[in-house]
Structures are given as C-alpha cells and as structure tokens.
Design a protein around this ligand. Sequence first.
Ligand code: GLA
Length: 716
Amino acid sequence: MSIRFIKDKKRFVINTKHTTYAFEVVLDHYLYHIYYGKRISNVPDPVFTFLSFAPHVKECNESKSPDLFPQEFSCYGAGDYRPNSLRLSADGTGVCDFVYHSYRIFKGRLDLDGFPAARADEHTQTLEVTLLDEGCHCRLKLYYTVFADLDIISRYMTVENLGDTSVKIEKCMPLTLDMLRSDFDMISFYGSHFNEMHFQRVPLHHGTQSVYSNRGASSPHYNPFIALCSHNATEERGEVYGFNFVYSGSFLDEVDVDQQSRVRVQIGLGSESFSYSIDAGETFCSPEAVMTYSPTGIGKMTRNFHNFIRTHIMPPASLQPHPVVLNTWEACYFNIDEAKLLDFAKEAKKTGFDMLVMDDGWFGARNHDHAGLGDWYENRTKFPDGLASFVRKVKAEGIQFGIWVEPEMVNPDSDLFRSHPDWALQTVGREPLLSRHQLVLDMSNPQVLEYLMKQFDETFRGIEIDYFKWDMNRHMAHVGSMHLPSDKQGEIFFRYMKGVYRLLDWFRDHFPGAVIETCSGGGGRYDLGMMQYGIQIWASDNTDPYYRTRIQASALMGYPAATMSCHVSNPKESLASLDYRYKVAVGGMLGYELNILKMSDEIKSEMAKQIAEYKTFEHVIRLGDYYNLAFPTKYPYSAYYYATSDRTEILLTVIEKYQCPQGQTKRLKIKAANPGATYVDARTGKQYSGASLKEGIVIDLTGEPMSAHLFHLKAL
Ligand code: GLA
C-alpha cells in the first residue's frame, strides 16, 4: 500500500518508490503538513513554534495558530495570513474554516468532472480527506492520487454545497505544499509569442513570487511548470521539487516565503480570473495539480515528469511513432489550392514523408487573416471539387492527410459572426478588442459548442482525416458572455476551458481515426491539459534553429520530447543549413515546413536521407530517458542525449550556437551508457566502449556557423 493511515497519531503517510509525504490531523481540526522528501521510515512528529500576533482557538495559545504551522490546505480569513488555498463566500466575507472529518483510501481514482486528469493504472491509489465547514454549509474533499512507481502525487479538490443558497469560490488552489525552510531557487519559464520558454532560476526571497496567466490560456508568458531546487542543485545533484497543473487556462503558481522564512507553494486557478458560484446541492471540482521530488538533481525530476506525462497524461497514440509531416504554413501561408497541394503530396511521398498537413487558408473566405475564421467549410475557389475529393486524391498518392482548425475563434468578417455576433466574448457597451483581427468564441455557451460540432461533422463527415492541428491564436479581453447571467460572468474563464475540453473530447470520440496536434501560435498552450489530447504540440512559430535550441532545451526540463513538434524550415537551398536545422529538430518529433516544390533535387534527396535516418532513432527520442549535459543559455552550445531504458541505444546531440568558441574540446559524460557494452555509431561506424562513454566522449567544437554533431550509438 502506498497510502497508510496511522490511527493513534491520526497521521497519513504516502510512500512512493523514492519519496515520502506525510501529514497529520492536529487539534481535531487542521491538517498539519509534516514532510515531503526522500523516502524515510520514521516520520518526525509535528513541531509548533510560538509567535505573537497569531490567532488560535481558545483551548490553545499562539503556538497552535494555523498561521504558524505547515498546512495541507489553508482557508482564507481563518487565522492563516499566508496566501490561502480557498476563499469561499457563503455570507459575503470570503471566510471559511474547514475542519477535518474523515478519510477513505481506494484503488484507482475518480473522474474530474470534464477535466483532463492523469490516467490511473492498476497501481494507482487515491486518498480522499473530507473536511466540513458548518459556517458555510460545505463539504470539502481533498484528493491525493498516488503514482507510486513514478514518484508522482497529484492533488485536486471538490467543494459540495450542502446548504440551500449558493456559495461563491473566489480563490482555488488545489495544491498547497508548506515546508519548514525556504533555501531554494525557483525555476520558471517566461516568454512571448515567437520567443517562448526563457529559463529563469532565482533564489527565493521573502514575500510572494509567482508565475500566472490571466489570458484565458496557459500562455507563452509563463508556463505552469515550476521547480524549487536547493541553491547548489545541478542536473545530477541537489534536491528538487517539481510542480505542474493539468489545465490549459488562466492559472496561478504562487510561492511565498513567510515571517518564519518558511515556504508555501501553491498551484491552481488563483482568484484574478477565476470565481465560481456553487448552487445548493451542486459540487464544484477543481482541475488537478501534480508534484514530484528528486533528491538527485534536476535531471531526475525531469525524468520523473517525462515518464509520468508519457504514460499517464498523453494519449496512448503518442507512444506509437509520430508521423513525419510536411506542413504547408511557412511554405505557402494562405496561398493554397488543390493543384498546388497535390503537387506537394506527390513530392512529399517521394521524399519519404508520412503526411501532408494542410495548414490555415482552406476554408471560408480565408485568403488572409482578416476573414473567414468560424466558417468551417471548404473554400470552393481553392478546392473546386470539394474537400472530400481533394483528400481522396492526396491519399491516392499514398500519404496521410492532416488539416488545421482553430475552433475557438471567429473573425468579425465571417458568416458565423454576421449571423451570431452574440457568440463572441464581449461586454455590453464596449467595442471588443481585436487581436490578429479575431475575436474569441464564447465556449462557455453550449449553443456555440453544438454549432461547432454540427459544422465540423458536416464538413469532415466521411473524409479520412488522420490528423488535426488545433490552434488558438489570441488571448481573451473584455471577457463577458451574452448567455450567462451577471452573477456568473466571473466564471467565464473556467467555463470556457470546460467547453474547450468538451469539444476536444468530441473531436477525439467523433474522429477516432485521427490524432491531434495542439498549438497556440506555437507554444502558447504548452501544458498538461493540452497534452492529454494531442500527441504533440507545436513548440513555437519561431523555427530559427538558434532560438529553437533554447526553446526546446527549456521545454524538455518539464515535458518529454514526444510532446514537442520540431520542424525544419527554410534551409535556403543550403545543405549546411538543412543539416543544422535537422540536427536541432531531432530534439523532438521531426517535421518540415518548406516549399518542397522549390527545393532542388539535392536538397530533396538530403531530406529523404534525413527522414529515413530519423525513423531509425525516432523511438529513442520519443520514449528514451533524457539527459541534459549543457544548457544553451549557460554554455555556447547545447548538449543532451536520449537513452533507451535498456541502454542499448543512445542519441547524443551537440548544437553549437552563434559565436561558439573555436577549437574547444569538450568531454561529455554519457553516464547512462552500459559499461559492459560496446557501442557503434550508426552514422560513422566508429566504436566506443560503454565504459569510455561514461568517462566522456570527446567533441571538438568547430566554432563554425551551423555546426552540430549527432551520434546514434547502438550496443553491439
Ligand atoms: C499559428 C500557428 C502556425 C500557423 C498559423 C496559421 O501562428 O502557430 O503554425 O498554423 O497560426 O494561421
């Protein structure tokens, strides 16, 4: 059993393979968080400190104040002045004070009311802890779902309104972790469209530090993944706590260092763009947050998340080989038509591609980005015989077919908007703000969802689509819904995401033969919620290999390579550039995005060789263990490798950046190599003993532009 209740102490102990998590009921009221860290057999007893100005129940003194001890869960207005987990208004005050009631432990897990959540397997167990607040007539349940083999614990909560009037949740943080220390650095990622995933590592300071989104999408501005690590932590050493949120909308990750220099980490919906009224008898369910702990550096934390995401978050299809796609966007933009794309399909087939993905521009009056979004039927000027006939012709070339959609959006210049202007998010009396000339559809409105389902069903019925690229190209503003009453307007961000997930579920069920790639102007929804639906995510609209090297290295810290689609674009007829771009792109799931009709025979034949070679090691990238050797913001080069779990194959990549110093020799230790094996590099035939790889493979940096090194090492 990974979860135990020790009756005499009223203590809960969760053991995963390498970690222990423990908390205890104190004062028959609170959940005192005792420990999270490396696996131990003797959990210490709670300790209490005394400080003045600390409110407490009348039977105790200041030392037993909820403001002073670590908690599993903290209520607004009830004596804990740190950032709270829940603010719940029954009487307008926001004050709630939940008291421990009971628990149960069961195999598997419960569904999360329409939210994506980690899939259970036969080892998964869940602890449900029930608390009651008679003041607001609500029952709170905290859920701890344990993936013991993977060292992952997930948390979410439900709140049931037992009263007869509605109550309002004004802040909701399903994961709270308190520790009696704060000697950590915080790792997070910030960025913008076209420039995602900048790595940031800074020591914690007193006060609250946070990353967040109020944009209605997890967004490229901050990613929901964060980590706390000891100041001396490296890839292989030091303590690291990793956190993430299985959600794609606005979020808040807040880390607070308090008056006693203790840290509180919280992951959740926050309060700024979230609120929810729970009607009498109704139960609210939050999305879930996940955490892991590594006593042996950042690399182990990364691999814990990678294993977990691959096996419990991503769709099972993502464990199969991903198609190598030729995407039309950077090649043609909106300038597509049947004749041109059939030529693309022919050339793509000859070059060894698995799939042609027709990007934006195929529907409505979509000849530029000012019009057409929302009109999900083929443009008959571009496809005179219709979509079905075109797709049949593509397939006749012996290649699969993918198509771009952006279901959540509408252009004001579209038939959809002209007939349903009230279906866009807007507030009464204000001119809606545009972004990329588009508005956001009100996905909280069931009528909108039903319309979209009907329209997509009509347009795609009977057409063998193998792949949808699901995009989202703006953030929300003037967030108001014409279909919700005024007292529910604050719920739109949350209800919107539920609507998006419902439509994604529908796509998954309605087109079972197709997989989904998700995208939000690139990596604008690079999150665990989207990863439950898509086999991969378009990591960035920026396909410049130098930028991509950094973006990919950062993404890989929290997310496996299987999630990351990486395209070779625009090699400008240069074999060197093609080679460099390829070596960068095989950091993840390879694809191409270039005008194949304009490529020379030499380039096409080189691309064919690349695709064939990639297929010999794609499984190593998709399923292998990832080891980062040199992070490109710290070094003038990026170096990393993937190793299969049986250590028989290793793919090592070294990407030199601009101005990489010439003539430097680097010894890169491949510690995952099997010391008893002999490896041969499938690219050069050169042999290496596993023992020598562990000591280090020597790389001579050339200092030349577009210089990269790839080794596909296979045990003999
Ligand atoms: C976004 C995507 C691109 C492309 C365009 C089409 O920017 O990230 O890959 O699909 O939209 O408009």
